[in-house]
Each structure stands twice: as C-alpha cells, then as structure tokens.
Design a protein around this ligand. Structure first.
Ligand SMILES: *Cc1c(COP(=O)(O)O)cnc(C)c1O
Length: 354
C-alpha cells in the first residue's frame, strides 16, 4: 500500500479470484465454474456482424439486449438492466439498498464477494449460519429487516431454496430489498424472475458467465420492478453508463437468439454433474446434491487441501476454501464428460497412492 492510499479502504480485504492459468492446453480447469464449452459460432458471428463500431460508445440503454432478455421471461424491458458481469450489480445493490439503518444479511457460507462489497461500501452485515446440512434455512431470514443477499443455488454448496420459501422472506421483510443471486439457476434451479411483479422488494440477478459460456465477455443482468431498476440505473449512471461494451452487448443478443443451444448444454452439464457425483460417492466421498455446475465433496479418506494439491500437481485445478467448517471439502466445477472421466481417474489414483 502506498502512503497515498485512501484511509477509507486501507483495511479492505480484497476478493481472491480463482487461478486463471496461462497454459490452458495443459490443464483441466475445474476451479472457477466457467462453461467448458466455447460460445456458439453463430452467437459470436451475430456479435461481430451487428456490434456498434468500437469508435463509438456502446448503447448506454442496452435496448436490444434488454428487449431480447425480457422476451425470454415474458416481462417488460423496463424491468431489466444489463451490467458488466453480475458482480457489478451486486456491488450496485450494496450501494443502492444498504445504509446505517438497512444493514445487510447473507449466509455465513456463500459467495465470498458479498462480504467484500459490504466492506467496500462500509455496510454492516450479519452472517447467518447455514443449518447442519449446509442448507439456507429460510426461517432465519423472516422479519429480520435487513437487505438480504441469497445465492440460489447457493455457492459453494449448490443447494437451493424453493420459491415459496423466498416468498416468505419477501413478505416478512416488506421494508427491505431481497436480492436473489441466480448465477447458477440454469443448471436446475427455478428462477424467481416470475415473482418481480408481485414483490416490489425483489431484485433477481443473473449472469452469462456460467450458463452462456461468456465469463470473459462480462455480462450480467438484474430483474425487478421498474422502481428498483431505476434505483440501480441511478447508481450505474453515476459510475459507468457504458458499463457493457459494444462487443459483449452484441454477442449477448446473438446468444439469446440461440438460447435453446445453451439450455441444452446446461442439461448436458447437469447430467455430467450427477454422474460425477455418483462416481465420487462410490469412492467413499460425501457429495452435497448440487443444482449448479459444480459439486462440493469431502471424504475421510483424504484431507481436502491435500486432495486439492495432489490434483493440482496433475494439472487438474479445483477450488479449496480455508473456512473452518468447509476446509475438508473440494469444490469441483463440472467440465466435459471427458474431462470429468480424467478427473475421476486422477482421484482414484491419488486415493490408491496413499
Ligand atoms: C460467479 C458468480 C457471480 C458473478 O459472476 P459474474 O462473472 O460477475 O457475472 C455472482 N454470484 C455467484 C454466486 C457466483 O458464483
């Protein structure tokens, strides 16, 4: 830290992103929940052919993209905002909907960025423990009068809560916004977007990073009633009105025009996930039943961090968290069937070596 660094941020603990290796052809990358499949050629071509020229600013209203997204969910374009990855709208939500009276609440084990954004925005927060089965218990969130952030499916467990449980949380916290982070919803969850007309305190966020093979393009969305969307836009236009670049915007439209392809890939990933889980269980792992594109597994046959390191030596990247309650677990993103077969073989060999 230089002596010029603002005292407002000096105690900030930044988010640690998963490793992004250079030697991509040598590794099996199962560490940051990206799609193992490249974007569809037609989606990329649509983007290249229709993007606004890069000497001009991108459309700050993202009209075409929002219209296409609204069509998918049968809602109005005015109920959608496009952002530079869903991380951006999560940060905007801490800015827009939290203050000294409206403090934040989220599970103790969840997406690590919530805590970073809370600290960054000097928002106080409560971390609500997951229950003994690592589930979010909706009863813990009833009437707490806080701005609530819940990832559904949650990360790194992959467990979901039902829409009726989300409705109970919304009804019992009428004076606070509830943010449902649906980064993984396309792999088997049920979207809360259909509830935005009923609940004026609901904001749903999604991303094209996982289910649409666009992590590097940085594209996310928010869905809510018009009033909340205009709050988010107030923040967006005060920070970066051109937050979505022209190339990404156009590829995003091309992606939505080919959405059946991507949804088919999500089903394929879900099938590979369930297969991988069963094979790990046969080897003596306990594996949380995930609805996301990753699984969270542990076994008493090997320490989680040791397994992570042994896999890494074999150029298979997974994710390990040092958090006490989950330190024996490894989080494994779901790759192609071939990648998961190689992963399973490596795990088998590592267990036999011991
Ligand atoms: C990956 C992820 C995000 C953010 O993804 P972006 O790439 O910024 O869209 C948000 N929430 C959760 C739970 C995630 O896992």
């Amino acid at each position: 830290m230089s002596r010029f660094f603002s005292s407002r941020y000096e105690s900030l603990e930044p988010y640690t992103p998963g490793e992004q290796p250079k030697n991509l052809s040598e590794v099996i990358k199962l560490n940051t929940n990206e799609s193992p499949y490249p974007p569809l050629k037609e989606a990329m071509e649509y983007g290249f052919n229709t993007a606004r020229p890069l000497n001009l600013y991108s459309d700050p209203e993202c009209v075409e993209l929002r219209t296409e997204m609204a069509k998918k969910y049968g809602i109005k374009p005015s109920q959608v905002v496009a952002v530079n990855g869903s991380d951006e709208i999560l940060n905007f939500s801490f800015m827009a909907f939290c203050d000294d009276r409206n403090t934040a609440a989220f599970p103790d084990i969840t997406y690590g960025f919530y805590k970073v954004f809370a600290d960054f925005n000097h928002v106080r927060y409560e971390e609500i423990p997951l229950d003994k089965d690592f589930k979010v218990d909706f009863r813990d969130y009833l009437g707490i009068n806080k701005t609530i952030f819940i990832a559904n499916p949650n990360a790194p467990t992959g467990l979901t809560i039902s829409l009726s449980e989300i409705e109970e949380i919304l009804k019992s916290n009428p004076d606070n916004v509830v943010i449902i982070d649906e980064a993984y919803v396309d792999f088997g969850g049920e979207s809360a977007v259909k509830l935005i007309d009923t609940y004026k305190n609901l904001l749903v966020t999604q991303t094209f990073s996982k289910s649409r093979s666009m992590a590097g393009g940085r594209l996310g969305f928010g869905f809510a009633c018009e009033e909340l969307i205009s709050d988010i836009n107030r923040i967006r236009f005060s920070t970066n009105p051109y937050n979505v670049n022209a190339m990404t915007m156009a590829v995003g439209v091309g992606t939505l025009k080919n959405d059946d392809y991507y949804m088919e890939k999500c089903r394929e990933i879900a099938a590979t996930r369930d297969y991988t889980r069963e094979e790990l269980i046969k080897m003596g792992f306990s594996v949380i039943p995930s609805k996301a594109n990753f699984i969270f597994a542990e076994t008493d046959r090997i320490d989680g961090e040791v397994l992570y390191n042994r896999l890494r030596e074999r150029n298979i990247l997974t994710r390990h968290f040092k958090n006490e309650r989950i330190r024996n677990f490894v989080r494994i993103s779901i790759g192609t069937k071939e990648q998961m077969a190689r992963f399973l073989l490596a795990v088998k060999e590592i267990l036999e070596e011991k």
